[in-house]
Design a protein. Structure first.
Length: 254
């Protein structure tokens, strides 16, 4: 289920993950940054294209109209391909989204793939109409999850995120030196997000709910790692330790 300012996903472990929806301000900051980068790239593309085009037109016999057409086509690829390629290879982020600390995910909380990235950014051609993302802005204002048309069609949503590098919400319990060795090689990104969501919210939870949730998540991870974890606060010690190791792991760096 969801509300106007957050996306709540019930996991198979009966634990709710909450993602704050990225509003107009964050998305504007992201698109402003990406547009600035695109303008710089377009400037260099025009210079290089003009030099190459002049040479081809002069020595290759290619008409100037074809040179202009090729440059315009390359600019089109830069506008559309920039977003799609970054979102595919940067797990739902572009440089602007990374700067604004937002990310595109699927409606069910999973990372997007090539299909979602291509579809949502192909529809960007409609969202930008008639100018300055007019259609997209109307869609965002009318949508409870601040979705533009591309998000509706691709089944995606833009959410805020706090990177593992920049946030330490988990250092609340006393360090437990008796914990077994922590091996995060089998921990998935979804599990990291699940741990982070719990550690961010635990202080606002009822003590009984907090203890139960910690046990559920810790038990799932402990089974993977073949270790034994019993009782609170040891479960939270364990989750904090897993989070710390994930933060230090290259697998989970943005």
């Amino acid at each position: 289920m969801d509300s106007s300012d957050k996306l709540t996903i019930d996991t198979p472990e009966q634990t709710a993950l909450e993602y704050p929806i990225a509003g107009l301000g964050s998305r504007f900051l992201a698109i402003l940054t990406d547009t600035a980068i695109q303008l710089v790239l377009a400037f260099f593309l025009l210079i290089v294209g003009s030099i190459i085009g002049f040479g081809v037109a002069t020595f290759g016999g290619l008409g100037s109209q074809w040179v202009v057409a090729i440059i315009l086509f390359l600019l089109f690829l830069l506008n559309s391909g920039y977003f799609a390629l970054f979102e595919i290879f940067w797990n739902g982020q572009t440089p602007g989204k990374r700067y604004a600390q937002v990310r595109v995910i699927k409606d069910d909380g999973r990372p997007i793939g090539a299909y979602e990235a291509i579809v949502r950014n192909t529809l960007r051609l409609i969202d930008i109409l008639p100018t300055m993302y007019g259609v997209g802005l109307i869609s965002i204002f009318l949508s409870k999850q601040s979705k533009r048309l591309g998000d509706f069609v691709a089944g995606t949503v833009v959410v805020h995120e706090k990177t593992l590098e920049g946030v330490r919400p988990y250092a609340e319990t006393k360090t437990d030196e008796t914990l077994p060795p922590i091996d995060v090689s089998k921990v998935t990104l979804e599990e990291v997000q699940l741990i982070e969501a719990f550690l961010n919210r635990r202080d606002s939870l009822d003590p009984a709910v907090r203890t139960t949730m910690a046990m559920q998540i810790a038990s799932r991870l402990a089974d993977k790692m073949d270790v034994k974890i019993f009782g609170w606060p040891r479960t939270e010690n364990f989750l904090e330790a897993v989070m710390e190791h994930c933060r230090q792991s290259d697998r989970f760096r943005n």
